[in-house]
Design a protein around this ligand. Sequence first.
Ligand SMILES: Nc1ncnc2c1ncn2[C@@H]1O[C@H](COP(=O)(O)OP(=O)(O)OP(=O)(O)O)[C@@H](O)[C@H]1O
Length: 235
Amino acid sequence: MIKIDNLHKKYGKNKILTGVDLEIPEKGIFAILGPNGSGKTTMIKSILGMVVPEKGDIFIDGQKTHSNGLYRKNIDYLPQIANFPGNLGVKELIKMIKDLRDTKADENALIQRFGLTPFLDKKLSNLSGGTKQKVNLVLTFMFDSQIIILDEPTTGLDPVALLNLKELIAEEKAKGKTILVTSHIMSFVEGIADEIVFLLEGKIYFKGSIQQLREKTNEVDLEHAIANILKENNA
Ligand SMILES: Nc1ncnc2c1ncn2[C@@H]1O[C@H](COP(=O)(O)OP(=O)(O)OP(=O)(O)O)[C@@H](O)[C@H]1O
């Protein structure tokens, strides 16, 4: 379980998170939504210990995150922008990440799933954006951690890869995992999310099911429900 208590983070004078309280239970898919710049990545990076908040606490399974970095081993993370050296080959990169993480990994089924076999000996700099993202997905999902955090996983994916990703996320959930995902693609979110967590003006504006959000906003679908919140709040 992930618990965030009164999280505050600013960059210089720019206040981004101004008292985030959030509880993410054991199992399920939670979509972190909010307008550009609302602090979704900042919140995710705080959970991962990559951003140091001024105030507030984060607990994972009851343990405070800044008391011990070991909890990170149990989180698989797909960053919004993954920058690996372009002269690395795909196979080399996978091996390098496996060696660094030093945890059991199973990449072969994922390589098949995303059709990456023909690219294994290619350099990253020679891959298309979507193919690079498929490689990043392999790097994320090849470990078998209880918590998976995906920051904009759909970037550059074609419809087949997108369907594959949706199925993969559903399979991981079926194993009892907790998945946090950010996305601006509402059809993707609607297809996978159990709950929406909506960040606005530094706080959690809404947490609940898509159905509850539709009822709250009186809208027929998620896209209109989100647009409604943004217009009402001039966001
Ligand atoms: N390292 C940093 N230094 C200074 N400002 C930063 C830094 N990282 C993020 N910011 C600023 O903090 C704000 C929140 O950024 P963040 O990336 O968390 O938002 P987001 O909700 O994930 O946005 P998006 O939907 O565009 O991905 C933005 O105004 C951003 O410019």
